[in-house]
Write a protein that binds this ligand. Structure first.
Ligand code: MN
Length: 237
């Protein structure tokens, strides 16, 4: 389909969001952004849930991505925005009912992301059995650093995952603490929706989630994958 403005009844929205890629000026085009809930035992315990419950999925809009070095305006309606550092998986292909044994073949690369969460609104929605979007899928809720191609770093299944606030360690886990590993996540999600090139998945957070406020600097690192730094800014006027 043509992208010419005269093809549309209103001006088309900006081009699709992208992620930077280490080692090249070319970008990774983002299609959909999925997130895994409850995938590290210690985080499940800190949120007061039963660790035997299986993980589940929710989504954020792709245009919620904030690049490395960016600023996240403190969002509206919350007094309790939490950080959740997560391994990001970026797909170069997809499909339906992808077998676990073939899931790694779908991966382009990996990055470091933060699943920012308006925790007070998420919990309020959860408690009255309403959807999570207002707690999870708000503007600027998905900082994500540059991708490392799997062709360069392989497929990390272990490695320290850390988030610091103003230099102080808040979250400190290891990728090997995931309840469902990356191939299992891709396989399970592909039973629910057809995955495709450009889809990215945030794979859950270790324990230590906590509130962040305007002026905070968040520094994240996943061993063997990369880093991500963002600043929490003043609310938009
Ligand atoms: Mn999360």
């Amino acid at each position: 389909m043509t992208e010419k403005a005269e093809s549309y009844v209103i001006s088309p929205p900006p081009p699709r969001p992208v992620l930077a890629v280490v080692g090249t000026a070319k970008a990774f085009p983002v299609r959909r952004l999925w997130c895994v809930g409850r995938n590290y035992v210690e985080h499940i315990k800190e949120m007061g849930h039963d660790v035997r419950d299986p993980p589940f999925f929710f989504a954020k809009p792709a245009d919620a991505i904030v690049p490395d070095g960016g600023t996240v305006p403190y969002p509206s309606l919350t007094r309790d925005m939490h950080h959740e550092v997560e391994l990001v998986v970026a797909l170069k292909s997809g499909g339906r009912d992808i077998p676990v044994a073939r899931a790694l073949d779908c991966i382009y690369g990996y990055g470091v992301g933060i699943d920012l969460t308006r925790r007070d609104l998420q919990i309020a929605s959860r408690d009255i059995k309403r959807p999570w979007e207002i707690g999870k899928a708000f503007d600027h809720s998905a900082p994500c650093g540059a991708l490392q191609p799997a062709s360069a770093i392989g497929h990390p299944s272990k490695g320290r995952i850390v988030l610091k606030v103003n230099g102080k360690v808040r979250q400190d886990g290891d990728l090997n603490q995931m309840i469902w590993n990356v191939p299992e996540i891709i396989s399970k999600l592909s039973e629910m929706v057809e995955l495709a090139a450009g889809d990215i998945i945030m794979t859950g957070t270790p324990s230590g989630v906590a509130a962040t406020v305007a002026g905070d600097r968040l520094d994240c690192e996943i061993e063997g994958v990369g880093t991500l730094a963002v600043t929490i800014g003043q609310p938009l006027k």
